[in-house]
Design a protein around this ligand. Structure first.
Ligand SMILES: Nc1ncnc2c1ncn2[C@@H]1O[C@H](COP(=O)(O)OP(=O)(O)OP(=O)(O)O)[C@@H](O)[C@H]1O
Ligand SMILES: [Mg+2]
Length: 467
């Protein structure tokens, strides 16, 4: 890091001169501004790292400037300068994101302390932004298009990323992405689409468990006006909408069997017929499918068509759970801390080493999503400037941190899902509509899942089942 640049914005020329000299002697590059206009111009034209801002500028409220600055330059740190009796304004400024304050008339020792604090802060922030850049696997272009980041350093995540890049170079080849919940399947699907030549066309994302059986055919294939009650206009289905783009079929394991057969035919022929029509329409789509189930096992259990699986998994990308790639935990944590602190307008918190050790031995059943949510919560409730283990709600898990036998992991996942369904059935007195609503799935998907796990309703007469 070169010399940090500090802008001193204060209408008292004597003050800016004295402070500027002091800062130059302390290894900073200092710029002075004695009016708000000049200060704002300097912020625009120079790369400023730290702003020292008088909250009682002639005719302008420093707080208004602070607010404006924090919106326009969220990464710029601000130390406010106050006079005696300004404590309320100082508190407001700190709430608005200032990191420190200086009282006028200042003593050199106060400035020195404030600068030391800020210097540590700037170095840390610089380190974090470098870390963010170094550990990001995707380009700025893709980051902006997918509105997410993809962070990782482990060998495993690099292999996943390489495979995704290969998939993006073959825009007509279908891709199957597997991995536990929260491992980043959707991120990878979006990365593949936006890195491929299909990027300027639609990415049509369909959650298979949210499709009702009765409407599924018209949702996928479209329909002609009047072909059934409710078909009031001609409508394109997902296959047509995805023309030249990508059809992302999420939670593919929840796709009903009868629909699987129709989808297979559309994939093979690249032609579809709308419900109520007779003529065929050509459509050019690529499918990226995702699931957190072991599809091969579902095929064995005759819950998923073998021929469809073969069509979908020309390229198979498996994202390993976070506990199997502990090297990714620290860079992900650094990224989430920097990201959330920026969004919450807080100075970037430092991270205690013990916290990293604790996270690295945690089994993360919810994978990256869990780490992300944990970090968000910890930052909201942290009052200091450092994150410790106690700020994180790391559940003392009984599950093993690392388990090589992936079928055991999958079994746990199934059991968890079955358990959630049983609990919801109990809670809502077997009312299917209420249960499916509480689980965020369609009623037919609930019935399929119950069937899959052998969960039965109590015999008739004992149930308040609505169907
Ligand atoms: N490598 C990563 N870098 C940064 N963020 C990540 C990474 N992997 C996952 N995430 C974040 O974690 C969250 C979960 O990811 P995503 O939705 O892609 O998971 P998923 O595998 O599709 O989960 P589910 O099976 O539950 O649908 C998202 O907020 C995503 O941005
Ligand atoms: Mg997903």
């Amino acid at each position: 890091m070169g010399k940090p640049t500090v802008l001193i914005l204060d209408d008292e020329k004597r003050f800016t001169e004295e402070l500027s000299e002091f800062l130059q002697n302390s290894g900073f590059h200092a710029i002075e501004a004695n009016t708000a206009e000049i200060g704002l111009l300097k912020l625009k034209s120079e790369q400023i790292d730290l702003l020292i801002l008088d909250i009682r500028l002639n005719g302008v409220s420093g707080l208004d400037i602070l607010k404006d600055v924090k919106v326009k330059y969220p990464n710029l740190e601000v130390i406010v300068v106050s006079a005696h009796g300004d404590m309320d304004t100082v508190i407001n400024a700190m709430r608005m994101g200032a990191i420190d304050y200086l009282r006028k008339p200042f003593r050199h020792i106060d400035v020195q302390i404030a600068i030391e604090r800020s210097r540590k802060f700037l170095v840390l922030q610089n380190k974090i932004s470098q870390l963010q850049e170094n550990c990001s696997l995707i380009s700025k272009y893709i980051e902006e298009r997918i509105n997410r980041q993809f962070i990782g350093v482990s060998k495993q995540i690099n292999e996943v990323f390489e495979l995704a890049m290969t998939a993006s170079k073959y825009p007509d080849v279908n891709v199957l992405i597997t991995g536990e919940s929260g491992t980043g399947k959707e991120n990878i699907a979006r990365i593949i689409h936006y890195a491929s030549k299909r990027k300027d066309h639609v990415l049509c994302a369909v959650n298979s468990s949210a499709i009702t059986d009765s409407l599924s055919e018209s949702e996928f294939f479209g329909h002609k006006k009047g072909s059934f009650t409710g078909a009031i206009i001609d409508k394109k289905g997902f296959f047509e909408t995805s023309n030249k783009g990508t059809l992302f079929l999420d939670e593919i394991a929840d796709m009903p069997m009868n629909l699987q057969a129709k989808i297979l035919r559309a994939i093979e022929e690249k032609m579809i017929t709308r419900v109520g029509e007779t003529h065929q329409i050509a459509t050019d789509f690529r499918i990226i499918a995702a699931t957190n189930y072991d599809v091969e096992k579902l095929v064995e259990e005759k819950k998923f068509r073998l021929d469809l699986m073969y069509r979908l998994n020309t390229i198979h990308i498996h994202i390993p759970p976070l506990r199997e790639r502990p090297d990714d935990i620290e860079p992900l944590l650094n990224f989430f801390v920097a990201d959330f602190c920026n969004k919450l307008n807080k100075p970037i918190l430092s991270i205690d080493n013990e916290l990293i050790n604790a996270l690295m031995s945690y089994h993360f059943p919810g994978n990256v999503r869990e780490l992300k949510n944990m970090t968000n919560r910890a930052i909201i409730f942290c009052n200091g400037n450092k994150l410790y283990e106690h700020n994180f709600q790391i559940k003392a898990g009984t599950a093993p941190k690392y388990n090589n036998n992936s079928s055991i992991q999958k079994l746990n996942l199934h059991e968890n899902e079955a358990e959630m369904i049983r609990t919801a059935l109990q809670k809502y007195n077997n009312n299917q509509t209420a249960v499916s609503k509480s689980l965020g799935i369609q009623r037919m998907a609930l019935i399929r899942k119950m069937h899959k796990y052998g969960i039965q309703f109590p015999p008739k007469g004992h149930s308040e089942n609505t169907v």
